[in-house]
Design a protein around this ligand. Structure first.
Ligand code: 13P
Length: 257
């Protein structure tokens, strides 16, 4: 079975001092757990050099939360995938719901970001997920399938190791209300089916769950057969809590209800 993957998304939090403390604690705590999962933190661009310096000799990887749709040019304020790759970035989130909602990112833009990542060897983490209204209207599958296949159509990839999907129901992000393990598993199994029918080489793409994951609910979520790890927002800012989530990827902590 492939290793689970736990990624932190710090969003727009942190500062040099706080990041340093958090990363020091994470590295110290992760040393004994590294065999069980891959771990990374997606930091604000400004702190990439700090993350690289502090993590380069460790098993913790680092990533970004967004990159430009463009390769280079007169795009004030943007950061390209090539620039991120110069700082050893392993992962880049693409199409996080906060980008789709607050920055009007369309599937076309997200596909371009995925393409830019693949071009430079950064693993894109494609975020998909329905709003509460869409779930209540029974449209969850339709929405996530549209978001996923729109990207696959525009930028096909057949290397499962170079592409990650994150299911993040919008109603579960930052609300303290995680999807239940069963709700998440249902959508993950569906996404797995979509990936597999798209290309059998994509059947082993890692599908992460994100949305109010904490140390206390992670083991139940990670015990599900199609949940390959987590994309963690708020709880990734607290090193102990994040380490607790990492700990939950260990097979012996799994308690299935
Ligand atoms: P929370 O874990 O804070 O709900 O955020 C999830 C998320 O958006 C990760 O990308």
């Amino acid at each position: 079975m492939p290793k689970k993957l736990v990624l932190g998304n710090w969003k727009m939090h942190g500062g040099i001092q706080a990041n340093g403390d958090r990363l020091k604690r994470l590295v110290a705590g992760f040393t004994t757990r590294e065999a069980h999962c891959d771990v990374g933190v997606c930091v604000p661009h400004l702190y990439l050099a700090q993350a690289q310096e502090m993590l380069k000799a460790t098993s913790v990887r680092w990533g970004v939360q967004d990159i430009s749709t463009h390769e280079e040019g007169a795009y004030t304020g943007e950061v390209s995938a090539r620039m991120a790759s110069e700082f050893g970035v392993a992962y880049a989130l693409a199409g996080h719901s906060e980008r789709r909602t607050y920055h009007g990112e369309t599937d076309e833009m997200v596909a371009a970001k995925v393409a830019r990542c693949l071009d430079v060897g950064i693993v894109p983490v494609l975020c998909v997920g329905e709003t509460l209204d869409e779930r209540e209207r029974g449209e969850t599958r339709q929405v996530v399938e549209r978001q996923l296949t729109a990207i696959l159509k525009m930028r096909p990839t057949d290397d499962a190791r170079r592409f990650v999907v994150a299911y993040e129901p919008v109603w579960a992000i930052g609300t303290g209300r995680s999807a239940s393990a069963k709700q998440a598993q249902d959508v993950h199994a569906f996404l797995r089916q979509v990936l597999d029918s798209w290309s059998s080489s994509l059947s082993s793409v890692a599908i992460l769950y994100g949305g109010s994951v904490k140390a206390s609910n992670a083991d139940e979520l990670f015990a599900m057969p199609d949940i390959d790890g987590g994309l963690i927002g708020g709880a990734s800012l607290d090193a102990n809590e994040f380490l607790g989530i990492i700990e939950a990827t260990q097979p012996h902590t799994v308690s299935q209800s």
